[in-house]
Design a protein around this ligand. Sequence first.
Ligand code: 5GP
Ligand code: ZN
Length: 116
Amino acid sequence: MADCLFCKIIAGEIPSEKVYEDDLVYAMKDIHPVASTHVLVLPKKHYENVLDFARNGDAATALALNKAIAAVAEAAGVAEKGFRVVANCGEHGGQTVPHLHYHVIGGRNLGEKMVF
Ligand code: 5GP
Ligand code: ZN
């Protein structure tokens, strides 16, 4: 999508700290990390959010996203202790970049409270 920040990053037009890539998925460090591990995992194809992906996405990409999340967690060394996966959706969900992405956050105990 021409005007999308994350599409431009995937295309290499804007730099990012890549941590994982395959045919369907790209993952990079968040520019404003909230923990020592904070990675964004996104499909290379543009979907606005989880609703758009549910309507228009495909099973291969859904599985690739889940596998990428696991690979990122393993590579970051947070898989054993645990981590959090977050997908903000729309205005009330606090989504600021309208290209589907999963936050993978870890490296400290995030506690049991979901909203902080
Ligand atoms: P959202 O609020 O949409 O769930 O998350 C967007 C995330 O993208 C935020 O955590 C923000 O820090 C991150 N972000 C915004 N612009 C950039 C950028 O240019 N590069 C990277 N790597 N992350 C970005
Ligand atoms: Zn996009």
